[in-house]
Design a protein. Sequence first.
Length: 51
Amino acid sequence: MADELTTPPESESSAAADEELKWPVSFMLILGVTAVYVGWRVIQMVGNLFG
């Protein structure tokens, strides 16, 4: 019973946490940059239509 409650060593848990966190952060960064770019292009398009 006690064996089931033991936690992995610190190096394994921190490496797993870094790996879990790295992909979503980079994905959200790329998504944010893409959204800013698309928003800027939409503003330019609207400006060209009415300007």
